[in-house]
Design a protein around this ligand. Structure first.
Ligand SMILES: [Zn+2]
Length: 469
């Protein structure tokens, strides 16, 4: 039987407002532990929360970008549970009446747009950060003691819940790349998984391909990069297929994914479902955004990444368009093409050489980059690489690099090509046996011999004619 994964994602995004959700404490990293706190976010008796207007607006803005309906009345509730990272004994969170519902995100694929449902996006406050010291893997089990840093407690957090519309680990990764870029471009969060400002949990089940049943799902947590999310989902789907095929039942559990070992570890199963005893937060009024505000925010939406991918893929292809847009590179690409560069060559140079050299994209002069893209086969590779590395410098000019000429004289290059071919009989046999990808290896060797001064296209032609001739 063929199996099909059914995946839904829950994404938490920390908003980069200046102050916390319900108090005036600053939001941010790097301050000394427990220095950014006050009676409100420490839950001291008598302290009252006051809503952060900007956090509300940004949540609505994100909801609009995700095609959501914006609720005319959203309500904050108290989610009660007892844990040291929650000094009040409850978290303030939108619950049954969230700010944003029923959205969709279009994920461009080679076979048209995949429609991923957005069930809701709601606003809540983040819990404090707990650090477990001693033991292994930083988990509470086996730790000697735990420390709590309340600086993070009360930071505005948006939770986005997708419908179980995602069908593969790769699709989950692409969705997250696109969502992250959308969030970053809205300017509401840095959305960095390594820093914890973007956190992803995945709900995974499997079913016979083509059926529309929903089987028992499990939840995977603790994945701190998009690649780990994909690997975690893949591992869990495989595990579940094994369970079903052995005649057993998948149990509803939560797993931690360990990227180092690729292993999933089940958390201790809970005896019963959580009961958070939600009730409306009596210290806050409902959120009732005026239609004017919603329309103003809608008019401020920029052209979103998914639409840009569709627009520029006509000049490139889907993969290149996706890489450029989700990398925040398509603006530079468009300007470079407008300055006269070939569109595919410019995309390749930007996505590979420029990014690889760690150049500050915002500092690049597109006209100079366009000149380099045009000249990349004529000038020596070493000069090209050096030019790219310096591309972000103030007042960068391509002139001195363009003045250099790569060695294109076949009489000069031929002996070097011959020597490389003679020195690598194994690769020659493999190439002639059909491994044509080895062409790059030979070109690379010649480049090394000439200290990057040879014309790569001429060398490539020379190698090919000698190996096939
Ligand atoms: Zn505070």
């Amino acid at each position: 039987m063929t199996w099909e994964p059914v995946i839904g994602l829950e994404i938490h995004v920390q908003l980069k407002t200046q102050t916390k959700m319900f108090c005036r404490c600053p939001v941010g990293f790097g301050a000394g532990e427990n220095t950014q706190t006050c009676p409100v976010c420490l839950g001291l008796p008598g302290a009252l929360p006051v809503m952060n207007r900007r956090a509300i607006e940004w949540t609505i803005l994100l909801g609009l970008a995700l095609g959501c309906e914006i609720s005319e009345r959203a309500v904050f509730s108290r989610k009660n549970y007892f844990y040291p990272d929650l000094p009040k004994g409850y978290q303030i969170s939108q619950y049954d009446l969230p700010s944003c519902i029923n959205g969709i995100m279009l994920l461009p694929t080679a076979n048209g747009d995949r429609v991923i449902g957005i069930v809701r996006a709601h606003l809540e406050e983040d819990a404090a950060k707990t650090v477990h010291v001693g033991g292994h893997s930083g988990r509470i089990g086996g730790a000697d003691f735990s420390l709590v840093d309340y600086n993070r407690g009360g930071t505005p957090l948006v939770e986005i819940v997708t419908a179980p519309d995602i069908r593969s680990a790769d699709e989950a990764k692409r969705f997250l790349q696109l969502l992250r870029q959308t969030i970053v471009e809205l300017g509401i969060s840095d959305a960095e998984m390594e820093k914890g400002t973007l956190r992803v949990d995945a709900n995974v089940s499997v079913r016979p391909a083509g059926s529309d049943e929903l089987r028992t799902r499990t939840e995977i947590k603790n994945m701190n990069s998009f690649n780990f999310v994909a690997r975690g989902i893949e591992a869990e789907a495989e595990r579940q297929i094994g369970v079903w095929e052995s005649g057993e039942d998948v149990r509803q559990e939560t797993y931690d994914f360990d990227a180092a070992t690729g292993k999933l570890t089940a958390r201790r199963a809970k005896e019963e479902a959580d009961d958070y005893r939600y009730f409306p937060e009596p210290d806050l009024v409902p959120v009732e955004p005026l239609a004017d505000l919603v329309e103003r925010l809608r008019s401020e939406l920029p052209e979103l990444p998914a639409a840009r991918i569709r627009r520029i893929e006509t000049a490139l292809d889907l993969e290149r368009a996706m890489v450029l847009v989700t990398g925040g590179l398509d603006g530079l690409w468009e300007e470079t093409v407008a300055a006269g560069a070939d569109s595919v060559a410019a995309a390749n140079v930007i996505a590979n050489a420029v990014v690889g050299a760690g150049v500050d994209i915002g500092a690049v002069a597109p006209t100079e980059l366009a000149r380099l893209v045009e000249a990349r086969e004529r000038i020596p590779r070493a000069a090209f690489d050096e030019a790219i590395a310096n591309l972000g410098d103030v007042g960068f000019s391509a002139d001195s690099y363009l003045a250099q000429e790569a060695v294109s004289d076949t009489a000069e290059l031929e002996p070097i090509v011959d020597a490389v071919i003679e020195a690598n009989p194994g690769q020659v046999a493999a190439y002639r046996g059909g491994k044509e990808g080895l062409l790059g290896f030979f070109v690379g060797q010649v480049m090394k011999e000439t200290q990057g001064k040879a014309n790569a296209r001429v060398v490539s032609e020379l190698v090919r004619s000698k190996l096939t001739g």
